[in-house]
Design a protein. Structure first.
Length: 304
């Protein structure tokens, strides 16, 4: 019995694939997108086994810095282990013509194609070795090949889905420059305000004396105190705005695209961020007036 709805079209994705679909798809990844090994690991479960995979794959691969890992328990102490680069799979899906919203689930061909020991797809050949590992091979090595495209609908997809992020986790140059521009603007505003505060403080006494002389104030100091209170209020307002902007920029779990202020409200735009992370962080300090998601952009309005 299939664990996945048959309503979704199935595709076998290879490097360089071009796929024209409009509906939701289940993607089976060719071995070109991952490394797979069977390891004997003396632990009780897959979670514990996953912690040691970076060390084990170091003996196979030159670098493990960008790798993500997945583990399937075969029997006690024996695990089928996968290593893959999230960004590489994401880019291949995008290049194939499939949008993130069209992807229902993603699977490793290693676990899904076992009923077909030798097959072709995307004009490439694949077979299971004597160790039961699916590999890409030259076309001449297949003795009894079938076309996998004709068998895709017959595959009973397993529950072993690939755990990947369907977005590019790294910021583009444009996004980095936008973020730097926002930070520079905030820095210049802060520098200007600090200079302005110093000048205002230096002129306080002169303004008080001038006001007394011009208005012939009585000795009650009422007007003098009013002027002081006015400048204190302005200073406190500016400090509050500066602290609010600083608080927004400190959130490292989200990616801020733009920050604007209209009257007494902040209007923010985030990209490639979790709405829950944004709500949780901002609601600690601000009243969120509205929050909505348009594509991969989340727009937020805050009451300052």
């Amino acid at each position: 019995m299939s664990l996945v709805s048959n309503k979704h079209k199935r595709v076998f994705l290879c490097l360089g694939s071009k796929i024209n679909v409009k509906q939701k798809v289940d993607i089976i990844l060719s071995p070109e997108f991952y490394w797979v090994r069977v390891f004997d690991i003396p632990v009780k479960n897959s979670t514990q086994a996953r912690h040691v995979l970076p060390t084990l794959f170091e003996d196979v691969l030159e670098t493990t810095t960008e790798l993500s890992y997945q583990v399937l328990k075969l029997e006690d102490g024996k695990y089928l282990c996968f290593a893959y680069i999230n960004k590489k799979i994401f880019e291949a899906i995008k290049s194939a013509g499939i949008t993130s919203s069209q992807v229902n689930s993603i699977y490793f061909a290693q676990t899904e194609c076992k009923n077909y020991r030798q097959f072709t797809s995307c004009n490439k050949s694949f077979l299971y070795t004597n160790d039961d590992i699916l590999v890409k091979v030259p076309n001449a090595l297949l003795s009894d090949k079938i076309s996998l495209e004709e068998k895709l609908d017959e595959i009973n997809l397993s529950s072993n889905k690939v755990d990947i992020k369907l977005y590019n986790s790294s910021l583009s140059s444009k996004q980095i420059y936008s973020l730097l521009a926002v930070m520079l603007i905030v820095c210049f505003v802060n520098i200007f305000k600090v200079i302005d505060y110093k000048n205002e403080l230096a002129n306080f006494e002169n303004k008080i004396d001038e006001t007394k002389k011009a208005s012939k104030l009585p000795s009650s100091m009422i007007q003098t105190n009013s002027i002081i209170d006015s400048f204190k209020s302005k200073k406190e307002t500016q400090i509050h705005l500066r602290e609010s902007i600083s608080y927004i920029l400190k959130n490292k779990k989200t990616t801020l695209k733009s920050l604007n202020m209209k009257k007494r409200n902040f209007e923010l735009e985030y990209i490639n961020s979790s709405m829950n992370d944004i709500k949780s962080y901002l609601s600690k300090k601000f009243e969120i007036q509205s929050i909505r998601k348009i594509g991969n952009v989340i727009k937020v309005r805050l009451k300052v």
